[in-house]
Design a protein around this ligand. Structure first.
Ligand code: FAD
Length: 508
C-alpha cells in the first residue's frame, strides 16, 4: 500500500522533557494520535531527579482519555492498583463538625425546564429536607461504600453513575510508559544540563545531557515539573501567581497502610485543618495522605506532626515535603515549547484537577498541532483556552475557602475575609440571590458542582427563581420523594466497592 506524501512543513521530531504523569500522558497520547509514520517522539527523563509522584485522584473526564488510548478499564485498574472514585467528601469545611459530599454527576432531575436545585430550594422553605446529596446517585453509592458500572441492559441496577479513579502515580506512569514505548516512543534516560536556543528566533533547537548527548527537536513538550526547565529556565516565560487568593504553599505527603478491614472507600476525603487541609485517597494496596498548608500559619514540623498524628494505618515510607506557588505560566505555549503539567502551573489538588489539566492541554495541542512554521494564531488560541481553563478551576477552588464560615484560626479568618477575583465575585452574587448558575466558555465544573459546594459550605441562596413558582408544590414534593427513594433503592442494590474491585481483577 502506498504511503501518502509527507506534508511539506510537518513536524518530524517531538521531544518530551520529563517522565512524570504529564510526560507519559503526552507520550501515550502522541503514540496513539500522531502515529503517522513521520513524526517521531522522544521522551527524556532522569531517574536520579525523580517525579513528584503524588497525583493520585482524578475526575470523570479521565474516562475519555482512557477510551482515546483504547485501554481496558479492568486492566488499567489492576496495573495501577486503582480504585473507583464517586466524588469528594469535605469534612470541617463550612464549620467544624460539618461534612458534605461533592458527587460526580448531577442532582435529581430537572422538571419542566426548571433546574433541580431550584426545586429543592423552594421545597426546603416548606419543610425540613435531608441533605441534597440524597438526590445524587454517586453520593448515595459512595456513602454506602458501593459501586457498579451503569449498563443499558438489566445486568446492573444503576442506569447512570459518574465516576473517576484513584491510582498509584508511579504505577500509572509505568503503565503509560509501556503503552507509549509499544507505540514507538523512544525513551532516553539522562539528566538534561543544557538547552540550546536558535539565535534567529529563540526557539529551542536541542537539549544536552550530562554525558554530552544532544537531542534535537522541532517541537518540545516541557513536562519537567515545577522547575519548568524549558518554558521558564530557557525561555523565561514568566509566572502569574494566584497566591493572594490561594495562600497554601506547601504540602507534606505520607502514604499509610489501609485500615482494617481493607475495603477502600470509593471517594476522596478532604478534611479542613488548622491552616490548610488534608487529603485521604484510598488505593487497593495503601492509603495516600497529605496535608496542604500555608507556611505563613503553620511550621513545617508542626504540619508533619499534624499529618502523622491523623494517619489511620501504619506509615509506609518517609514523609515527602513539597513547596509550590499557586498560579500558572503566563503562556503555556511559548515559541516551540508547550508546557504540560506542573511546568505549566499549579492549583492545589482540592478538586483533583491537575491531571485533568494535562489531559485538557493535550486535547487542545492535538487540535492545534503545529507545523514547523508555528502559526502565532494557533499558539495564541491554545494559550487563551488554557488561561480560561486555569481561571475557572482557580475560582472554583477559591470558592471553597471563601464560602467557609470558620473563624477559629488565623488561616480561616484570612481566607474567609479575603477579596476574590471579579469573575468569582459575580458568580457568588448570582448564587447568593436566587441560586443562579451559568456555565461559561471552557468551564470545567458544571452547575451541580457549584451547588454541592455552595450548599455544603452553608451558603444557601436567599430565594429561588420565579419560574419555580409556576410548578405545583404537591407535584414537585411527590416527584422529589420518588427520586430520593429511587437513588436509595438503587444504591442498596449495588455490590460493595471491594467486591466490585475483586470481580474486576484479572484471574491469577
Ligand atoms: P513531575 O512528576 O515532577 O515530573 C517531572 C519529570 O521531569 C520527571 O521525570 C523528572 O525526572 C524530569 N526532569 C526534571 N528535570 C529534568 C532534567 N534536568 N533532566 C531530565 N529530566 C528532568 N493532581 C491530580 O490530578 N490529582 C491529585 O490528587 C493531585 N495531588 C497532588 C498533590 C500535591 C501535593 C501535588 C504537589 C500535586 C498533586 N497533583 C495532583 C498534581 C500532579 O501530581 C501533577 O500534575 C502530575 O503528577 C504531573 O506532574 P509532572 O509530570 O508535571 O511533574
Amino acid at each position: 500500500m502506498s504511503q501518502p506524501p509527507i506534508p511539506e512543513h510537518a513536524i518530524r521530531q517531538v521531544v518530551i522533557v520529563g517522565g512524570g504523569t504529564a510526560g507519559w500522558m503526552a507520550a501515550a497520547a502522541f503514540a496513539r494520535l500522531l502515529n503517522n509514520g513521520y513524526t517521531h517522539v522522544t521522551l527524556v527523563e532522569s531517574e536520579e531527579i525523580g517525579t513528584v509522584g503524588v497525583g493520585e485522584a482524578t475526575i470523570p473526564p479521565i474516562l475519555s482519555f482512557n477510551q482515546m488510548l483504547g485501554l481496558d478499564e479492568n486492566d488499567f485498574l489492576a496495573a495501577t492498583a486503582g480504585t473507583f472514585k464517586l466524588g469528594i467528601e469535605f469534612v470541617d469545611w463550612g464549620q467544624r463538625g460539618e461534612r458534605y459530599f461533592h458527587p460526580f454527576g448531577r442532582f435529581g432531575q430537572d422538571l419542566q425546564g426548571v433546574h433541580f436545585h431550584q426545586l429543592w430550594l423552594r421545597e426546603r422553605s416548606r419543610r425540613a429536607l435531608p441533605d441534597i446529596a440524597e438526590w445524587s446517585m454517586s453520593a448515595m453509592a459512595a456513602r454506602a461504600g458501593r459501586f457498579g458500572r451503569a449498563r443499558p441492559d438489566a445486568q446492573s441496577p444503576v442506569r447512570e453513575l459518574f465516576y473517576a479513579f484513584h491510582f498509584d502515580a508511579g504505577l500509572y506512569a509505568r503503565y503509560l510508559r509501556g503503552y507509549a514505548e509499544r507505540g514507538g516512543v523512544t525513551r532516553v534516560e539522562g539528566r538534561i544540563e543544557g538547552v540550546d536556543l536558535r539565535p534567529e528566533d529563540g526557539h529551542v533547537r536541542a537539549v544536552t545531557l550530562a554525558d554530552g548527548r544532544r537531542i534535537e527537536g522541532e517541537l518540545f513538550i516541557d513536562c519537567s515539573g515545577f522547575r519548568g526547565l524549558l518554558i521558564e529556565g530557557a525561555l523565561e516565560t514568566g509566572y502569574e501567581s494566584y497566591a493572594h487568593w490561594l495562600p497554601c504553599d506547601r504540602a507534606v505527603a505520607a502514604p499509610c497502610a489501609l485500615p482494617n478491614p481493607r475495603e477502600p472507600d470509593p471517594f476522596t476525603r478532604a478534611t479542613a485543618r488548622e491552616a490548610g487541609w488534608q487529603w485521604r485517597i484510598p488505593l487497593q494496596h495503601r492509603m495516600g495522605n497529605g496535608l496542604v498548608y500555608c507556611s505563613d500559619h503553620l511550621a513545617d514540623d508542626d504540619a508533619a506532626a499534624q499529618l502523622l498524628g491523623a494517619l489511620e494505618g501504619e506509615l509506609l515510607g518517609d514523609p515527602r515535603r513539597l513547596r509550590f506557588t499557586a498560579g500558572r505560566r503566563r503562556e503555556s505555549w511559548n515559541r516551540n515549547v508547550v508546557a504540560l503539567g506542573l511546568s505549566s502551573g499549579f492549583l492545589e489538588p482540592l478538586e483533583s484537577t491537575s491531571i485533568h489539566l494535562v489531559q485538557a492541554a493535550l486535547q487542545r495541542l492535538i487540535a492545534l498541532f503545529p507545523d514547523n512554521r508555528f502559526d502565532p494564531a494557533e499558539r495564541a488560541e491554545f494559550n487563551r483556552q488554557m488561561r480560561d481553563l486555569y481561571e475557572d478551576v482557580r475560582d472554583f477552588i477559591i470558592f471553597h475557602y471563601k464560602a467557609t464560615r470558620r473563624d477559629d484560626t488565623p488561616f480561616w479568618n484570612r481566607v474567609r475575609t479575603m477579596d476574590v477575583p471579579d469573575s468569582l465575585a459575580r458568580k457568588m452574587a448570582l448564587w447568593a440571590g436566587k441560586g443562579r448558575l451559568f456555565r461559561e466558555g471552557y468551564d470545567l465544573f458544571s452547575n451541580p458542582s457549584w451547588v454541592a459546594v455552595g450548599l455544603g459550605q452553608g451558603t444557601v441562596p436567599q430565594h429561588w427563581e420565579p419560574a419555580v413558582d409556576a410548578l405545583d408544590e404537591h407535584l414537585v414534593a411527590q416527584a422529589l420523594e420518588q427520586m430520593r427513594a429511587g437513588y436509595a433503592d438503587t444504591a442498596a442494590r449495588l455490590p460493595s466497592h471491594g467486591d466490585f474491585l475483586r470481580a474486576t481483577a484479572p484471574s491469577p
